[in-house]
Design a protein around this ligand. Structure first.
Ligand SMILES: CC(C)(COP(=O)(O)OP(=O)(O)OC[C@H]1O[C@@H](n2cnc3c(N)ncnc32)[C@H](O)[C@@H]1OP(=O)(O)O)[C@@H](O)C(=O)NCCC(=O)NCCS
Length: 154
């Protein structure tokens, strides 16, 4: 489903430290091993591109992007549970890809759990391909889980 892009008051803005309570609420629902507020603060302070997606000033998602020369690394992308499945994740990812291009990015990379079918389906539908596997990359309740490394030309 396409996000209703003609909907008024849809905006992206930079994540602020004051946003972190709301960010953490979404993060802890969405991930079994969520980022901490400290992880987000580190990203903001490191100069990563940290954006929130808002509708009528309600935060419904966020993404964290690290640029390394012409490589864009998507470190986090997340849509609030109430807003999933309505096209907003695709909208946010497309926006992060556009920002990456504007910053001189030639390729975007990300890691994803092989069990994260909805995310992998989204990435593949946008053109990401599997580039490799990072064994035991993620913590898991029964040990460690591999990461699939995916990439797309920008
Ligand atoms: C992954 C995530 C960002 C996708 O956002 P979303 O707003 O739910 O996704 P969209 O509605 O934009 O859907 C885009 C595409 O993703 C895929 N998708 C979304 N939900 C899916 C599901 N439950 N099952 C299979 N595919 C799914 C589909 O290809 C969909 O395209 P379509 O609607 O044309 O079929 C969101 O589910 C999320 O925040 N998940 C938890 C956090 C997370 O796992 N982040 C990624 C870490 S690598």
């Amino acid at each position: 489903m396409n996000a209703p892009l003609n909907q008024p008051n849809v905006s992206f803005r930079e994540m602020q430290i004051d946003d972190l309570d709301a960010v953490i609420q979404i993060e802890t629902v969405n991930f079994p091993f969520p980022w901490t507020a400290g992880n987000f603060k580190d990203s903001i302070n490191s100069g990563h591109i940290c954006l929130v997606l808002e509708i009528d000033e309600l935060m419904i998602g966020y993404a964290i992007l690290m640029m390394v020369l012409d490589e864009a690394h998507l470190l986090n992308i997340s849509i609030s549970a109430d807003w999933k499945g309505k096209g907003w994740g695709r909208h946010l990812l497309n926006h992060m890809m556009q920002i990456s291009r504007e910053q001189g990015g030639l390729n975007m990379f990300l890691e994803v759990r092989p069990s994260n079918v909805s995310a992998i389906t989204l990435y593949e539908s946008i053109g990401f391909n599997e580039m490799g596997v990072r064994p035991g990359y993620y913590p898991a309740h029964n040990g460690r889980e591999n990461a699939v490394l995916m990439g797309v030309a920008l």
